[in-house]
Write a protein that binds this ligand. Structure first.
Ligand SMILES: Cc1ncc(COP(=O)(O)O)c(C=O)c1O
Length: 357
């Protein structure tokens, strides 16, 4: 079998998804340095051979775990790749959700995993049904992969349901990777995240500050893993980038101290955009809405047109973009992002409504 050597979705996202009114992104609008307050003095180098201890400790403290459970990485994208690479051998059976974030699928295929899928269903608002996942686990399953919040639908899975899946995976000696990059949006009043990670279990969590706080450029990502597995990931990382960009680590630590302000900014943007979505597209006859309460993205079905055709028309005639559902394995759907600048988002949604007719 030829190994996958590229991500079609990432090429689309980088080269084709841009538009004057882009609803194709899943993150909160980019913050500026000014949103981080007066910056600290940076040093060019630091003691960061297997992570920079102050940053490891800041991440560990946030989740009430040990620094030996934390591996830092360049964004959730590389956190996923490193976590998979440390756990998956060519030919290993990996069970992954569908619809799925394409980069998870491509990275696993690149590593030579043998993929099987379990479905989340549109008519159940894409909920994670533990009984469906558990029925798909076999004695050969090495890893189960899911996102929480779900990309593309933003569905939130209860922790108890992820725990049931993890228990079933443990019975066949498998791990569960939960990509929690959008769970950062669900922080409680004191910033606590309802993570599914527990140090003694078989769940590995990946996440970053990129999506929920508008800090894409910082690339501050991490893996939470049982200590022995985290150690294995650090050693494997020596084959990839070896050590991290130290000024970036210092800025990431600085950002951890300022998440409350960034979260307030994100909440204001999202509330305005969700209200605009409901006002402009709620109940539109050309869209089967999926309900959404959380997150930055909505994943409705087009009733009259395929997602690719609609995307081309929307971009050419209305200077507006979304993500065609094909990239998530659902060609009649589109993913609409609600994290961008509110004025641009409102106009994009109005143009989208016009394109729907
Ligand atoms: C589910 C999921 N994981 C990971 C990523 C990549 O995140 P990062 O920018 O932190 O690398 C994305 C980006 O869209 C995503 O949707």
């Amino acid at each position: 079998m030829t190994r996958v050597m590229a991500s079609d979705y990432m090429a689309f996202a980088k080269l084709e998804s841009g538009a004057r009114f882009s609803l194709a992104t899943s993150g909160v609008a980019n913050a500026e340095f000014a949103d981080l307050g007066p910056l600290p003095e940076l040093t060019l180098h630091g003691d960061n051979i297997y992570g920079w201890p102050p940053l490891l400790e800041a991440i560990a403290d946030r989740f009430g775990i040990g620094a030996n459970n934390v591996v830092t990485a360049t964004g959730t994208a590389f956190a996923n790749h490193l976590a998979f690479a440390a756990m998956v051998q060519p030919g290993d059976e990996v069970l992954i959700e569908t619809p799925a974030y394409e980069l998870l699928v491509s990275a696993l295929k690149y590593l030579g995993a043998s993929l099987s899928i379990f479905a989340r269903r549109a008519d159940q608002a894409w909920r994670l049904d533990p009984s469906v996942v558990i029925a798909a686990i076999t004695p050969r399953t090495r890893l189960v992969v899911l996102t929480n919040l779900h990309n593309p639908s933003s569905h939130l899975a209860p922790l108890a349901e992820i725990a049931l899946i993890a228990q079933a995976a443990a019975r066949v000696g498998a791990h569960v990777v939960v990509d929690e990059v959008y769970l950062e949006l669900m922080a409680g009043p004191h910033g606590a995240i309802p993570t599914s990670f527990t140090p003694g279990g078989n769940i590995v969590v990946t996440s970053s500050l990129t999506k929920a706080y508008g800090l894409t450029g910082l690339r501050c990502g991490w893996i939470l893993a049982p200590a022995e597995l985290a150690h294995r990931m650090w050693r494997l990382n020596d084959l990839f980038g070896s050590t991290a960009n130290h000024p970036g680590e210092q800025l990431s630590l600085w950002a951890f101290g300022r998440l409350a302000g960034l979260r307030a900014r994100a909440t204001a943007i999202l509330e305005e955009n969700r209200a605009a979505y409901r006002a402009i597209l709620g109940g539109h006859p050309a869209l089967e809405q999926t309900t959404f309460e959380h997150g930055t993205t909505v994943f409705p079905r087009l009733t009259h047109e395929g997602g690719d055709h609609f995307f081309r028309r929307l971009k050419a005639d209305f200077e507006t973009s979304v993500v065609p559902g094909r990239f998530f394995g659902e060609p009649n759907h589109i993913r609409i992002g609600l994290g961008a600048d509110p004025a641009m988002t409102r106009t994009g949604l109005e143009r989208l409504a016009k394109a729907l007719g």
